[in-house]
Design a protein. Structure first.
Length: 372
């Protein structure tokens, strides 16, 4: 499950069904919007597995009343495939019975939405579904997107809700111009002096005497974090193979003749081969550029990128089984906690032995060479 960096969320752990021997594969998160906690559940029911009512209810009982369940259920039923001749299967009948039993469980996927394409006959089916409570049905819109090379078609589920977001930014850096240092220094020396009565006022005035002239003569970098999705292995051959594959798939859908089906399968296999070759070549080129002069930090940066490790400013708090995302609310909660723990009666009563131990420890650090 991929989540935007600027969206406040918390991972929701659902107890596994039957000690982990169930059919469904489940992921869940909780986001906050309009002062409501909404659970987003990603579910996958492997093909040929029969989803039971008991297992679905086991997970359904653990999520909030405000939720969205999306995923590949591999379930067939005339309710969402009315124009297909495919017979309903066990999982499809399970979902149908659940819809009839629970008014707060509804299907938001349009009928006959082609979410899956069979490569051997170009037929389509609707097995990727989105489920939600009744009050969310008017604000959900599901539609298919462009082909990405899989037998499953990407689905864009647009929901008219706006989650709480944090502003992603970075501290601006000064962009110095060596030709303007003399002008900056002159302005600093001529900065208006004033009498300050307190140390904080003196510190503030000193900072202004440096910053104000700097803003006049130097520029600053932007405080916006730009997100770049770059595939270093992508080349013109990949683009060409992908375009031909998509064109063949669209033609196969319009005219599912044996020739068009065979042509699509051939171009699909060729595109996968070209993509793998491009990735392998890009990796070998990167390895060949590593030398004894390569800085270790560059290597570790690449390793972190491979692992997807990224520092984030987000740190949520859990209070009374409620996830706190808002910065102001978190600050007030921490203040109340520290106030409750810092009463006079909670102050430690140090003995003479404790004080001697602290002195010895401080002296031992004092005698060590700093930062060695």
């Amino acid at each position: 499950m991929l989540i935007r960096n600027d969206v406040y969320y918390s991972k929701k752990v659902l107890a596994p069904y039957n000690n982990g021997n169930g059919e469904l594969e489940i992921q869940a998160i909780t986001i906050k919007t309009n002062n409501q906690d909404i659970d987003i559940v990603n579910a996958y029911n492997p093909s040929r597995n029969n989803l039971t009512i008991t297992e679905f209810k086991h997970y359904f009982s653990q999520i909030n009343r405000n939720y969205f369940i999306v995923g590949d259920f591999n379930g067939h039923h005339p309710l969402w495939e009315p124009l297909k001749n495919t017979a309903s299967n066990y999982t499809g009948r399970t979902l149908y019975d659940l819809f009839n039993e629970n008014i707060n469980l509804c299907l938001a996927t349009p009928p006959n939405l082609p979410t899956h394409t069979y490569g051997y006959n170009a037929d389509t089916s609707t097995i990727d579904l989105i489920l939600c409570p009744q009050h969310y049905l008017p604000i959900v819109n599901a539609m298919t997107m462009a082909d990405l090379g899989s037998d499953h078609t990407p689905i864009l589920n647009t929901i008219e809700l706006y989650p709480e977001q944090q502003k992603l930014g970075k501290r601006p850096k000064w962009i110095f111009d060596i030709n303007k240092w003399d002008l900056w220094l002159q302005d600093v020396e001529n900065y208006v002096e004033r009498e300050n009565h307190t140390i904080p006022e003196e510190i503030k005035h000193f900072a202004e005497s440096l910053i104000k002239p700097g803003e006049t003569h130097f520029k600053k970098s932007k405080d916006i974090v730009s997100t770049k999705c770059n595939k270093i292995w992508w080349n013109e051959h990949c683009a060409r193979a992908t375009a031909l594959r998509r064109r063949a798939k669209n033609k196969m859908k319009r005219q599912p003749t044996p020739q068009n089906i065979q042509n699509y399968r051939r171009l699909h296999a060729a595109a996968r081969k070209i993509h793998k070759l491009a990735k392998r070549t890009a990796w070998r080129n990167y390895i060949s550029r590593i030398s004894p002069k390569t800085k270790p930090k560059d290597i570790w940066r690449t390793i972190r990128n491979f692992k997807g490790l990224k520092n984030t400013n987000r740190s949520n708090l859990l209070h009374n089984k409620t996830v706190i995302h808002n910065t102001q609310e978190k600050s007030e909660l921490l203040v109340k906690y520290f106030q409750s723990t810092m009463h006079k009666q909670n102050i430690f009563n140090y003995t003479h032995e404790h004080i001697q131990l602290i002195d010895r420890t401080a002296n031992s650090f004092h005698n060590e060479t700093y930062n060695c």
